[in-house]
Write a protein that binds this ligand. Sequence first.
Ligand code: HEC
Ligand code: HEC
Ligand code: HEC
Ligand code: HEC
Ligand code: HEC
Length: 482
Amino acid sequence: MVVERIREMIREGFRDSDNRTSLTGAAITTAAALTMLFFFVIEVVSPHHVNPYFGILLFVFLPMLFVLGLMMIPLGIWMRRRKMRKDGTMPTGIAPKLAFGSPVLKHILTFVAVATLINVFLVGTAAYKSVEFMDSTEFCGKTCHTPMTPEFTAFKNSPHSRVGCAQCHVGPGAEGFVKAKLSGTRQLFGVAFNSFERPIKSPVESLRPARETCEQCHWPTKFHDDKLFVRTAFAEDEANTPATNVVLLKIGGHGIKGRTGIHGRHLDDASRISYITTDEKRMEIPEVTYKDDQGNMVKYISTAVKMTPELMKKARTRAMDCVDCHNRPTHAFELPDRGLDKAMTDGRISPELPYIKQQAMLLIKAEYPDQATASAKILAGIAGFYKDKYPAIYAEKKALIESSAAGVASVYLRNVFPDMKIVWGTHLNHIGHEESTGCFRCHDGEHKAADGRVITNDCDACHTVLAQGENNPKVLKDLGWK
Ligand code: HEC
Ligand code: HEC
Ligand code: HEC
Ligand code: HEC
Ligand code: HEC
């Protein structure tokens, strides 16, 4: 009975599929499949990574076309039948019989079976590939050009430049995947209709708890020892006088030989600290709860912030994780003087040139409508200054001046994106206490517990400052640095 009915339906389907919509659908599907196959071969054979636009075509657009075509076939049949029913032209009786044993039908069925197998394989691969592709840095960083350019630019020269965006932003597991795809779809519309936020908001509320992502690669027991850092700042005088800080940071973890350092104090197997914040940027922290080594919960209340009922309403609690200190683990934007100091230390800008720091500061802090104008004005500005004020140096060191001018422009181009409204200081780094209040959001000496304990602001708690603002610090010579 059932078999009879199905056979009947198939026959009717064949009969009624002879309509424009179904035939177009079949054509679209076949064409999409053949095109996918063609590009797929190129992708496999080609030694290079797919170009992002090519990738969109291959992994997003073509499969959509393929499925669209497939859906048009039954749609056409349905529309035709509806029309026939309305017009009263529906053929009565049984649809023309396709003799089951006939060689023609056998051929058709074999063809359909083989084609379906191939299609399933193609769609399956395409779906898999599209997922893989949409998690790639190429897709995140380059495809949706404008919105992600700032992060992508900062990321390219960072310690994580070989780590994919998705490894921090999506993380492992099915839940992260589904969430990311949902929010990704929304973002795609944002790009299509040019309706995304400028700048893109930070902190990112929907970020997975950092420990689930970061700890895929950095596990807590790995934190040990101290970390030495050396940073040279240049003054805005004629000689660009350098002043070097040498700091030994106590970053050790918990339960490892030696001291409990910065990591171990805030994080253990689980978070030890939660805090209340009253603003979106998480800068105001009126209350901190800490589980001490004895397992007691200690509440530190800020004496600097008066909690009003109005603030109370905005208050949110957050478990402290990596991102509360490392909010810029990879796409870190620099402040103007720090960006220049780094370029001068690296030699991209020559500290030999008189007043280069001062001139560079003036030029990169000015406002420009877009990056191209900025770059042109900065290059012209530096050259003009030396031509004007130091003609002898200009004549003698033209090449050095030009390469340094390019260095100055590059500091601007890496950090300021007028079209995304990212200017100096839009995204501040919480590591330390120089760029933003950073650690001092809690370690300000004003967060006090009932028993008199205070979250420390002792300069030696976090680091030993081995040299502060020295020209050629002796400690570096002792360590064998030049
Ligand atoms: C090492 C981990 C890591 C990687 C890799 C990474 N991000 Fe992020 N990203 C973060 C964290 C953490 C934040 C949230 C900062 C906060 O909440 O304060 C963030 C925030 C952002 C934001 C919000 C705006 C901002 O700058 O804070 C954007 C946009 C962004 N990331 C894009 C990208 C893109 C594009 C890539 C790849 C090119 C990428 N990220 C790679 C960790 C990462
Ligand atoms: C997929 C692996 C991976 C993930 C996920 C990851 N990192 Fe990293 N991280 C690395 C690698 C690799 C380095 C580079 C080590 C080097 O350059 O010596 C690094 C370096 C770092 C550094 C040292 C930076 C420096 O200046 O030397 C910090 C800090 C850091 N990661 C924090 C984080 C944080 C916070 C997260 C989560 C938001 C995170 N990482 C997620 C792999 C990862
Ligand atoms: C209380 C603030 C704080 C928290 C929370 C924190 N870190 Fe750090 N971390 C630091 C500081 C400060 C440094 C040293 C400065 C730097 O490297 O930029 C550091 C350094 C690092 C480094 C580089 C180590 C090296 O030897 O160069 C890695 C990797 C790192 N952190 C990963 C993490 C991960 C992963 C988490 C979360 C599980 C985390 N941190 C949580 C403050 C913190
Ligand atoms: C959300 C609040 C908060 C932030 C932000 C924070 N800390 Fe802490 N920190 C604490 C609390 C709470 C303690 C434990 C206080 C105690 O010992 O009773 C602590 C303890 C420490 C200790 C141990 C001090 C000691 O005397 O044993 C160090 C070191 C430290 N923090 C470094 C840092 C550094 C470096 C940063 C910034 C990168 C930072 N903290 C950011 C809340 C914070
Ligand atoms: C809660 C921890 C903490 C306390 C307290 C603290 N610092 Fe720091 N300090 C840091 C961290 C973390 C960095 C490194 C930031 C980075 O990696 O860029 C730093 C960096 C520095 C630097 C180098 C800045 C640079 O970028 O060249 C100096 C100088 C310094 N601290 C001085 C002090 C002095 C002086 C005090 C006492 C008033 C103090 N710090 C208190 C955590 C702390």
